[in-house]
Design a protein around this ligand. Structure first.
Ligand SMILES: [Zn+2]
Length: 457
C-alpha cells in the first residue's frame, strides 16, 4: 500500500515532519518519506493524501467504553456536588445496572466512535458488579468487529465485599489466559484496580503479584478526587501514591489514571519507580476535581499519556483540552506546546503500555496504524511549519478521512468498512434506552439532603 502526497507527522525519535510517501507491506510500515521514488514497489493500493496530514493513529491511554451509554443522560438524581457524589449517584448505580449485552453494545459504539475520530488503540476498564463473568469476552467481540486495538480489563473493587474483589480478579485472569492462547492479535489484557479507597492492601498486593506473573500492565485510578487522598491520609497516614508505593505496587508497568491531587514528593516517587500517568483533562474538568500537575510531571520526565475516562471520545478534542487547560491553569501560554500534547496522544500512549516498539509513530518496522486527516484549514495554508498548530487548534475527529490498523483499511474516505454503522447505532440506542429506563427506577443508595436553594426534584 502506498500513501502518497501527504504531509507526514511521523512522531519518530526526531519528530520529523516530511512531505513524501508511506509504504506499507502487510501489517508493517516499510518506508517513510522516500517512498516509491525509484518506482521499486508495485502497490496494490494507492491512497492519495493530497492536502492531508498522515500521522500515527491516536492512542487513548484511559477509557471506559461503557461511558458511551451515559452520553448526555438526564438522570433523575439530586445533582452531585463533588466527585465522591458523582461516583455514588451516577457511575455506581449505572455500572450495577449494566448487563453483558450492554457491555457489548457500548463497546461496539465506543470503538466505532474511536475509529471515526482517529483513535486506533485504547486501554479500557469495565465495571459491572452484576455482569462480571465473561464481560471481557463481550467487549473483545465488539473490539474485533470494529477492528481497532484494545487493551481490556475488568475493574477490581471491594466496594461491596471482598468476594466482589476476587470475582473481578478472576475475570481478568481468565481473560489474560485466553489472550495468551492466541487468536486475538489486536486485543490484549491487563489488570485494573478501581482506586485505593475501595481496595484492601491484601488485594492490591495480590493483583501486583498476578501482573508480574502474567507480565501485563496494571492500572489504577489514583488521587482523582480529594476523597481518595483523604481516605488514605485518615486510615493509613499516607498520601495515595505513598500508600501504593509502600505496597510495592509502583513499577514501570503501572499506569496511574488522573493523579490530580499529587504533591512534589509523590511526583518524586513516580519518577523513582517509573510508573506512568494517564491524564484525562476533559473528565477532570467535568468532575471538577482540579488540574493534574502535568507540567511538573513532564519536567521530571514522567511518561504522561492522554485519556478520555469514558467522556469525550474524539481524541482531537482531548488533545485541544490538554493543550489549553494547563495554559490557563499556570497563566502561561508557553505551557504545553503542540508537540508535547501530540506526543501524549501517540508515542507516550504506546510507551506507557509497553507498545512503543510497535505503535505510536510512523517508522519503518512499526505496525501500520495510520490515519489520514484532511482538515479545513482555510484561510491559512497547511505547511510543515503550520501542521502541529493545525492539529491542536483546527482539526476535529470528523476531519479523519481514512484509518488503517495493522495494515488494513478500516475506514476509507469516512466510509466504515468493518461494521454497518446503522446496526451499531440501533444496538447501542436500544441498550442506552433500556439502561436509562432501569436507572430512572433506582433509588439512590443513600438519601442525601436536598440542596437548600434549588429545591432539588
Ligand atoms: Zn477512569
Amino acid at each position: 500500500m502506498l500513501i502518497k502526497n501527504g504531509l507526514l507527522v511521523t512522531m519518530d525519535a526526531q519528530r520529523r515532519i516530511l512531505r513524501g510517501e508511506v509504504v506499507v507491506d502487510g501489517d508493517r510500515i516499510v518506508e517513510v518519506g522516500k517512498g516509491d521514488a525509484g518506482g521499486a514497489y508495485k502497490p496494490e493500493k494507492v491512497i492519495d493524501a493530497r492536502g492531508s496530514i498522515v500521522m500515527p493513529g491516536l492512542i487513548c491511554a484511559h477509557t471506559h467504553l461503557y461511558g458511551m451509554l451515559l452520553r448526555g443522560a438526564s438522570l433523575n438524581i439530586v445533582p452531585p456536588t463533588d466527585f465522591s457524589q458523582i461516583l455514588q449517584r451516577v457511575w455506581w448505580p449505572m455500572d450495577e445496572a449494566m448487563t453483558r449485552e450492554d457491555a457489548y453494545a457500548s463497546a461496539l459504539v465506543g470503538c466505532l466512535e474511536f475509529l471515526k475520530t482517529g483513535t486506533t488503540c485504547f486501554a479500557d476498564t469495565y465495571s459491572g458488579p452484576n455482569s462480571v463473568d465473561l464481560s471481557l469476552d463481550h467487549i473483545a467481540k465488539a473490539v474485533k468487529e470494529v477492528g481497532i486495538r484494545g487493551i481490556l480489563a475488568y475493574e477490581v473493587t471491594e466496594r461491596h465485599s471482598s468476594e466482589e474483589g476476587e470475582r473481578g480478579v478472576a475475570e481478568n485472569v481468565r481473560f489474560i489466559e485466553k489472550i495468551a492462547r492466541g487468536g486475538m492479535d489486536k486485543v490484549k489484557g491487563m489488570f485494573s484496580l478501581h482506586a485505593s479507597f475501595t481496595l484492601s492492601d491484601q488485594l492490591m498486593e495480590k493483583v501486583r503479584r498476578l501482573a508480574d506473573k502474567y507480565r501485563v500492565p496494571l492500572t489504577i485510578h489514583t488521587s482523582e478526587g480529594l476523597g481518595d487522598l483523604y481516605h488514605n491520609m485518615e486510615r493509613y497516614g499516607k498520601r495515595t501514591v505513598e500508600r501504593l508505593h509502600d505496597l510495592g505496587l509502583l513499577k514501570p508497568d503501572v499506569v496511574l489514571a488522573h493523579c490530580v491531587q499529587l504533591n512534589e514528593d509523590e511526583i518524586g516517587i513516580l519518577k523513582k519507580t517509573g510508573a506512568k500517568v494517564a491524564h484525562n483533562p476533559m473528565s477532570n474538568m467535568l468532575n471538577a476535581v482540579g488540574v493534574a500537575p502535568v507540567k511538573a510531571m513532564l519536567r521530571e520526565g514522567i511518561t504522561v499519556g492522554l485519556g478520555n475516562d469514558g467522556y469525550i471520545f474524539d481524541g482531537f478534542e482531548n488533545i485541544r483540552a490538554a493543550f489549553l487547560l494547563h495554559k490557563v491553569h499556570h497563566r502561561d501560554p508557553r505551557v504545553m506546546d503542540p508537540q508535547t500534547v501530540l506526543e501524549m496522544a501517540t508515542v507516550k500512549g504506546a510507551e506507557m503500555y509497553g507498545l512503543d516498539q510497535e505503535l505510536g509513530s510512523l517508522e519503518a518496522g512499526k505496525k501500520a496504524d495510520i490515519i489520514v486527516v484532511k482538515p479545513d484549514v482555510l484561510p491559512t495554508p497547511l505547511t510543515p511549519e503550520s501542521v502541529l498548530g493545525h492539529l491542536v487548534n483546527t482539526v476535529d475527529g470528523d476531519d479523519v478521512q481514512t484509518v488503517i490498523v495493522d495494515g488494513e483499511i478500516l475506514m476509507e474516505n469516512r466510509r466504515v468498512l468493518t461494521v454497518e454503522e446503522e446496526k451499531v447505532n440501533a444496538v447501542s440506542q436500544k441498550a442506552a434506552e433500556e439502561l436509562w429506563r432501569r436507572l430512572s427506577a433506582i433509588k439512590p443508595h443513600v438519601e442525601y439532603p436536598k440542596p437548600a436553594a434549588s429545591g432539588g426534584e
